[in-house]
Design a protein around this ligand. Structure first.
Ligand SMILES: [Zn+2]
Length: 148
């Protein structure tokens, strides 16, 4: 499976705004705590709430595999458990030599639950040079909304 990503969505880390770099740096730092004895595929994430707080998360694997939790959902659960329910931006850090570690489908839906508008999603590697700058609406154009 290959990713097809337009070059105009890719930016230099050095040229990003300080608040974006701060978010990416927090995700890189948290990635080091990933619990990945089965895959050794470490992912870090950091989100900024609409009121400016940063929450971080890493992936946490489990011997039974399906209970594994992604980094993005860890960060979101930390934020929600502390009373913050609105995300303004999120960064995801993983290392795949030839592709970007974009949020999985479950995480895209999970992120969309806590966005009232489109938000930026920054995806890069542990040593950030090229940063994919996309958005939750681009990653999940038509999210699931329950009938209430
Ligand atoms: Zn995920």
């Amino acid at each position: 499976m290959n990713q097809v990503i337009s070059e105009d969505l890719i930016f230099s880390y050095d040229g990003l705004e300080p608040d974006v770099k701060e978010l990416i740096d927090a995700a890189i730092k948290t990635r080091k705590n990933a619990y990945t004895p089965y895959s050794n595929f470490k992912v870090g994430s950091a989100l900024r709430t609409t009121t400016g707080e940063i929450f971080t998360g890493c992936n946490v694997e489990n011997a039974a595999y399906s209970p594994t939790v992604c980094a993005e959902r860890t960060a979101i659960c930390k934020a929600v458990s502390e009373g913050y329910r609105e995300i303004a931006a999120i960064a995801v850090i993983g290392f795949q030599e030839h592709s970007f570690t974009t949020p999985c489908g479950v995480c895209r839906q999970f992120i969309s639950e806590f966005c009232h508008t489109d938000i930026p999603v920054y995806v890069t590697k542990p040593v950030p040079d090229r940063v994919l700058v996309t958005s939750i609406y681009k990653l999940l154009p038509i999210n699931f909304v329950p009938v209430l």
